[in-house]
Design a protein around this ligand. Sequence first.
Ligand code: SF4
Length: 84
Amino acid sequence: MIIFPCDGCGICCKHIEHIPQLKEFDTGNGRCKHLLDNNLCEIYSDRPDICRVDRMYELYFSSVMSKEDYINANLEGCKKLKMK
Ligand code: SF4
């Protein structure tokens, strides 16, 4: 099974300003209120679907693209955030 190779940098949780599903989590500068100082999520086991790469694939993308393409698209998004 292909899984997203998350390195735990926390950058995606520091740029949630354009994600409608996480609007209530935004502290005002794009950082999620649930992101801890060690880059872990304080509600990890209960985090919303939008924060779950595999769950989002199952729900919305499995019918339109392969898992490999989906993971690569997510990796591209991750790289772009890191270059900001
Ligand atoms: S809920 Fe957790 S995984 Fe989702 S953006 Fe916030 S810190 Fe990140």
